[in-house]
Design a protein around this ligand. Structure first.
Ligand SMILES: [Zn+2]
Ligand SMILES: [Zn+2]
Length: 261
């Protein structure tokens, strides 16, 4: 399985999961043009997309869901709560391309086994996903204000974890956002901080997790360097050396790379 974060951050999210035959977009929260250009950058053909799977209906995740589905005849998968909230926002999607799953129940797209799991976020029925293919497991976990024991369990032993590190708590508190927005982001249904991501990762080391891509960084309240260094420092505190835990940071505005697992 190959995983390519195309865009990740508060201004737009889209990733590609592929086993070479089945090509799944996770969210399509940029313009259609930007997504097609990023797909070209990783050598993928938008005409060969198998599906778009949606995490939740916020605009930074669904901006081009309707556009790509219509243009390339791509099925869109979401749970009932997300469909209800998203449908008025994305324009017409052909009946044959409206696919619904039940949160917590696994399903297949081609040979890739997906399990959508609930996250803690201020949307209708937000989910993260685990992707399982040929013995490898990718866990996609962003837009969660809180890491519950169930989420910790889901992330345990992941071969690759795509994990939110949205903000530096001090930058957010001292930054320009209005009070209500700061409260929303810091709440249990908001976004995960660099500290919280680091804390989760130290706990996951003993489960065999060795690779993480930090994701969904805020433009105003974080930088790639601060996210990386905060998480790295937390791992070091527990004696986990750089060579023992691979930490990458997803770019907000361009392809991060192609990660194999
Ligand atoms: Zn988001
Ligand atoms: Zn969101």
């Amino acid at each position: 399985m190959k995983f390519s974060p195309l865009y990740s951050g508060s201004s737009g999210n889209c990733s590609l999961v592929s086993d070479g035959v089945t090509n799944i977009l996770v969210d399509a929260g940029m313009t259609g043009k930007a997504i097609v250009s990023a797909l070209n950058d990783v050598g993928a053909d938008p005409a060969k997309l198998s599906a778009i799977v949606v995490t939740h209906e916020h605009s930074d995740h669904i901006k081009a869901v309707g556009i790509i589905s219509r243009k390339y005849n791509v099925p869109v998968y979401a749970n009932a709560g997300t469909w209800k909230a998203m449908a008025p926002l994305i324009g017409d999607v052909a009946m044959r391309n409206i696919r619904t799953f039940v949160t917590g129940q696994n399903f297949y797209i081609g040979d890739i086994d997906l399990t959508p799991f609930p996250i803690s976020h201020d949307a209708a029925e937000p989910v993260g996903y685990t992707f399982f293919s040929k013995g490898a497991r990718l866990v996609y976990m962003t837009d969660t204000g809180h890491v519950s024991p169930a989420l910790r369990e889901t992330a345990s032993g992941a071969d690759l974890l795509f994990l939110e590190a949205n903000h530096d708590v001090d930058m957010l508190k001292n930054g320009p956002y209005p009070y209500q927005l700061k409260r929303r982001i810091l709440s249990d249904r908001g976004h995960l901080s660099n500290d919280a991501a680091g804390e989760l990762l130290t706990g996951l080391y003993s489960t065999g997790a060795r690779r993480v891509i930090l994701a969904h960084l805020s433009r105003e309240n974080n930088t790639e360097r601060i996210a990386y260094e905060t998480v790295r420092a937390r791992l070091s505190e527990d004696g986990i050396a750089e060579k023992d835990f691979f930490v990458a940071v997803a770019h907000r505005d361009r392809v991060t790379g192609i990660f194999e697992l």
